[in-house]
Design a protein around this ligand. Structure first.
Ligand SMILES: [Zn+2]
Length: 353
């Protein structure tokens, strides 16, 4: 699980050994809070050093606490493989490793040198790895992201941006029985603000806000002095993200004597489908049809590390992991018959991009 630094580091070390055994040049960048992010560099041709690299991005953390595997072990049933983190995104990491190994073993050439970056904190917003991701993106021509596809195998050519805010309402406490009018209820203030935040939603534009957690107050007989709300915001363009951020920062208290405080902001910029991303998808679609299946594209509301890369103008194809369903859910699984064709598509992309 993200933030279990020891466990996440062990996973990175284990994968580092495997990739080094495959002939990659591997290093780990450690962080005491999150574990370690892995960088593996592959050189397939001696004369491609002057070209920008191909970046392959994945993450090693999951949303599942250590011990989940013991409680819900790996199993195969009905052509599906089940296990915590298998869809998001252990299987994506595995097929990338084997695609790279196959290219090496078959002595095939690639169009570019390849860097595989496996982060340790994607599920919690990549606060540590973002800088490493952006550093690698600057040196990259294209990025392939191993996140799971939309169930059905659809790759992702657009993702919403993500904002995380904390809204704090400050009131004034007093005895609810003896002196109720001396107080200013932060709970009542927050109730007004929640409705104001909800009113910023604009489904037509793809703008959504969710007040997901509200905490505050002490006891029912105390007028509450403080309430905190966590807000998730999603948006499809840079301009819309700025507009909603401004609106949240401009919230004003409704009750006399109340005060508001806003923390946080935009975490992930949107992954906007540019013409270059369209061309990259077309290329992948052609390769998939040579392999014998039809690849589709779609847009999703969830962000990934691909968002940071696309924001720097590097074309990104996301959702290249194995088909399945149930990310972050107990029925998480992949479809076994999709593994070979997905690995083949990835290998062909690595060779030709
Ligand atoms: Zn993921």
């Amino acid at each position: 699980m993200s933030r279990d630094a020891e466990a996440t580091r062990r996973i990175a070390e284990n994968l580092a050994d495997q990739l080094a055994g495959d002939g990659a040049h591997v290093d780990l960048v450690s962080d005491p809070r999150y574990g370690a992010t892995l960088r593996a560099r592959y050189t397939f041709n001696s004369d491609e050093a002057h070209k920008k690299q191909l970046l392959i991005v994945g993450h090693l953390d999951t949303v599942w606490p250590a011990g989940t595997l013991a409680a819900r072990p790996f199993r195969i049933s009905d052509g599906r493989a089940y296990g915590p983190g298998i869809f998001d995104m252990k299987s994506g990491v595995a097929i990338a490793r084997f695609a790279l190994r196959a290219i090496k073993e078959a002595g095939r050439a690639t169009n570019r040198n390849v860097t595989m970056l496996m982060t340790c904190d994607e599920e919690t917003g990549s606060h540590f790895s973002r800088e490493l991701i952006e550093q690698e993106a600057e040196a990259s021509h294209t990025a392939l992201v191993l996140e799971p596809p939309i169930p059905g195998g659809t790759v992702k050519t657009a993702r919403k941006g993500v904002g995380e805010f904390e809204l704090i309402a400050h009131g004034r406490s007093s005895h609810a029985g003896n002196d109720p009018r001396a107080g200013v209820s932060a709970v009542t203030e927050m109730a007004h603000q929640i409705l104001a935040v909800n009113a910023l939603c604009d489904y037509e534009r793809g703008t959504t806000l969710n007040v997901g957690v509200v905490r505050g107050g002490v006891l029912s007989n105390v007028v509450a002095a403080e309430v905190r709300a966590s807000i998730d915001m999603r948006f499809t363009t840079v301009e819309e993200g700025a507009r909603i951020t401004e609106a949240i920062e401009s919230l004003r208290p409704v009750l006399g004597g109340a005060r508001l405080e806003v923390r946080g902001g935009i975490n992930r910029p949107p992954l906007v489908r540019t013409a270059e991303i369209g061309t990259l998808f077309e290329h992948a679609r052609r390769l998939a049809s040579e392999i014998g299946y039809e690849l589709r594209e779609g847009a999703v509301g969830g962000g990934s590390d691909g968002n940071f890369i696309a924001a720097l103008g590097v074309p990104v194809l996301d959702g290249l992991g194995v088909d399945g369903a149930g990310a972050h859910a107990e029925h998480e699984h992949i479809i076994i018959s999709d593994i070979p064709r997905r690995a083949a598509l990835l290998a062909r992309l690595i060779e030709t991009v």
